[in-house]
Write a protein that binds this ligand. Structure first.
Ligand code: NAI
Ligand code: MG
Length: 340
């Protein structure tokens, strides 16, 4: 089989980890035609006058599948996040982030197996913001819709059923945000009735944070609104070894964009020391989406072996291997697996 995939290297550590992922994906022997879109975010602003030029959206709409590196968003000013724009414009409503313990990656917790489902198009990311200059009052509106809530909660339950999970936990703040979080919780209770074989419960966000750092093994699938999902997924990444290893997928009815949970890590960009595992594993999720399960298994095994062996680890995992050294070892193992 051959596939055309839109490739968005992004910025910061993006190009380094995306190049690593491409090398490992190509080691499977699958024929990828990459539609590489280098100019995005700040780099696109200079050339196209917009951080998200149309040619990128057109490429993803044509290919339907994209692999994406992180894109820097200016803090407190400047353009609206390209990441958020992509999710909204392509209606990628389900942000799926599996956080699973990896044998050999040392953490205080064993046997964590969580999947976070973050609503990806609304909530506090709706972009409805207002500043009243006279009164010096700023508002950001957390818009929650029935349709938006139903589809992400339904997605989480379907995923749980399909992948053999037994439990779905909905995370909210319905005690305070009675209308928005309250509606999300009520829709969760309705959807749960369609899945009598799955256990459904709910937790208030602050309590959930404590529960996750004390007893993460008690949770399986977690579904929540946009901002809570953003925060909980970095927390959950921390439980299993950090942002360098946790993958993600943005899924809609028509398109899918695979990207790690982490950002552009400006503190280590350009130093050949970023951990590419998170983006490589996002590539594994992409392969499963394409039903290339044999190749996906080979990359998963190659990563697990390399991490468990512990000889070539990047700095975030306590090693001293560079991004390129680690990648070469993994790519080599992938080839050996598929030849065997
Ligand atoms: P970050 O995730 O980029 O970095 C947080 C910490 O984790 C840093 O110390 C970084 O060095 C480390 N880290 C992240 N990925 C790593 C990797 N692969 N290997 C080793 N260490 C890694 O978060 P931060 O610093 O809050 O955000 C930086 C920029 O990234 C911001 O402009 C933000 O808007 C953007 N961002 C973009 C995302 C996306 O494109 N989807 C997601 C999150 C943030
Ligand atoms: Mg985040």
């Amino acid at each position: 089989m051959s596939y055309r995939i839109t490739l968005l290297p992004g910025d910061g550590i993006g190009p380094e980890v995306i190049d690593a992922a491409v090398q490992v994906l190509e080691a499977t022997g699958i024929d990828f035609g990459w539609d590489r879109c280098d100019k995005v975010g700040t780099a696109a602003l200079k050339e196209y006058g917009t951080p998200l030029p149309d040619y990128i959206l057109e490429a993803i709409k044509r290919d339907r599948v994209a692999l994406k590196g992180p894109i820097t968003t200016p803090v407190g000013e400047g353009f609206k996040s390209v990441n958020v724009q992509l999710r909204q414009k392509l209606d990628l409503y389900a942000n799926v982030r599996p956080c699973k313990s990896i044998p050999g990656v040392d953490t205080p917790f064993k046997d964590v197996n969580l999947v976070i489902f973050r609503e990806n198009t609304e909530g506090l990311y709706s972009g409805i913001e207002n500043y009243d200059e006279r009164l010096e009052i700023a508002d950001s509106i957390a818009r929650i819709s029935r349709t938006g809530s139903y589809r992400i909660i339904h997605f989480a339950f379907e995923y749980a059923r399909k992948h053999g999970y037994r439990k779905v936990t909905l995370v909210h703040k319905a005690n305070i945000l009675k209308l928005t979080s309250g509606m999300f919780l009520n829709i969760g209770r309705e959807v749960a009735e369609e899945y009598p074989e799955l256990t459904f419960n709910d937790r208030i966000i602050d309590n959930m944070c404590m529960q996750l750092v004390q007893r993460p093994q008690e949770y399986e699938c977690i579904v929540t609104t946009n901002l809570f999902g953003d925060i909980l997924s970095d927390l959950a990444a921390g439980l299993v070894g950090g942002l360098g290893i946790v993958p993600g997928a943005n899924i809609g009815d028509d398109y899918a964009v695979f990207e790690a949970v982490h950002g552009s890590a400006p503190d280590i960009a350009g130093q050949n020391k970023a951990n590419p595992t998170a983006v490589i594993r996002s590539g594994v999720m992409m392969l499963r989406h394409l039903e290339e399960n044999r190749a996906a298994d080979a990359i998963r095994d190659a990563l697990y072996e390399t991490l468990a062996e512990g000889k070539y680890l990047t700095a975030d995992l306590g090693g001293s291997a560079t991004t390129t050294e680690y990648t070469a070892v993994v790519a080599d193992r992938v080839k050996k697996h598929l030849e065997a």
